[in-house]
Design a protein around this ligand. Structure first.
Ligand SMILES: [Zn+2]
Length: 137
């Protein structure tokens, strides 16, 4: 796993202006239900409806679902998205940038990586507009 993370961090370094000179985050694979509870969703139906598959927390840990596989480029692109958040956080951009913009940036990096691997983008225009609108006002 650490070789994959290093490769993805190196890719992020080449495609952003962020510093990646930090220790690797912890990566934990856990069940969907536990993932939701760690995220703060306790209700099982809400958990299933949320589509939550991975997230990054401020304790420098990335949580992935048990269905993560290093052999799935689709899943790896999700890990890249979470690593983008890790690098944003390490570069202190949360201090002065709205979360919606950070989310769009993480999706754009993920979709850039996906294009390079022949995968369809995950962020559609509608959701991009919603995320950016959350930063106004
Ligand atoms: Zn995100």
């Amino acid at each position: 796993m650490s070789e994959l993370v290093l490769a993805l961090l190196t890719w992020l370094s080449a495609n952003t202006s962020y510093d990646i000179g930090f220790p690797q985050p912890n990566i934990v694979m856990t069940t969907r239900h536990n993932l939701c509870q760690l995220y703060g969703i306790n209700d099982f139906d809400t958990c299933n409806a949320s589509g939550l598959r991975a997230f990054y927390d401020k304790h420098l840990t990335i949580y992935l679902g048990m269905d993560f596989s290093m052999n799935s480029e689709h899943k790896v692109s999700g890990l890249l998205h979470e690593l983008a958040h890790y690098i944003q956080y390490r570069n202190h951009v949360h201090d002065h940038t709205c979360l919606g913009h950070l989310e769009v940036e993480a999706y754009n990096l993920q979709d850039h990586w996906r294009r390079e691997h022949g995968l369809e983008p995950v962020l559609d225009v509608f959701n991009q507009v919603l995320l950016e609108a959350s930063c106004q006002g």
